[in-house]
Design a protein around this ligand. Sequence first.
Ligand SMILES: Nc1ncnc2c1ncn2[C@@H]1O[C@H](COP(=O)(O)OP(=O)(O)OP(=O)(O)O)[C@@H](O)[C@H]1O
Ligand SMILES: [Mg+2]
Length: 220
Amino acid sequence: MGQTKLIPLPEYARRTGIPLSTLRLYIREGRLRAMRLGRYWYIPVEDEGDGGGRGRVFTLFTHAGGAGKTSLARDLGFELASRGYRVLLVDADPQANLSAWLGVDLSEVEDRETLLAVVEGKGLPEPRRLEVGGVTLGLVPANMNLAMAEVLIPAKSLGMVLLRTALMESEALERYDFVLIDSPPSLGPIAGMAALAGEGLLVPVETSAKGVQALRAWWR
Ligand SMILES: Nc1ncnc2c1ncn2[C@@H]1O[C@H](COP(=O)(O)OP(=O)(O)OP(=O)(O)O)[C@@H](O)[C@H]1O
Ligand SMILES: [Mg+2]
């Protein structure tokens, strides 16, 4: 069965060909079901439920520390989920800030729930389901033991594509519309594996000389 998604009003106007002004009139007259979130209107529509393979995978990536990777993963994930998208957050950082900020008690995260399972060839672990601020998020949490992956990945053949392979072989891309991977502040094996798992990188850049320098270091 399909899920209900919230479509921004201008997008709904584009899809239906109905002018925005007419849609606003319909909403005022109660002829069109709509929801207001902040300043914007959204139309709840049943997802076509055509299933599979549409999940988009993005990796929050920059070797600069404290640039905003984890904050952006958390906030973007929350915003997408609050608009009705099914979101999986993958904590690929042994610092486990993302897991902690989403309320996970790191002392009870087991290694088999983390990307260590992927590195050990066991496939993508079953994500936790978190209820955060009224929305549901999937999370593959991390703990400090994930740091072992820095030595395990180079020892594996095709180690750098293990996460990409695990995502493709799991049902994640059918079950989620967006997969956001939070990578650690390095250019090491875990960060590389996280980067190669995504179809694109999201690179937060601090508005400072240091931030721009970090961007230039790998973007030539
Ligand atoms: N847009 C923003 N504006 C101001 N401060 C921010 C913003 N985004 C994040 N911060 C703050 O910057 C600090 C670092 O953010 P965050 O931990 O998300 O970065 P990070 O790139 O994940 O760090 P690390 O490299 O350690 O993983 C945090 O204190 C966070 O609250
Ligand atoms: Mg971080």
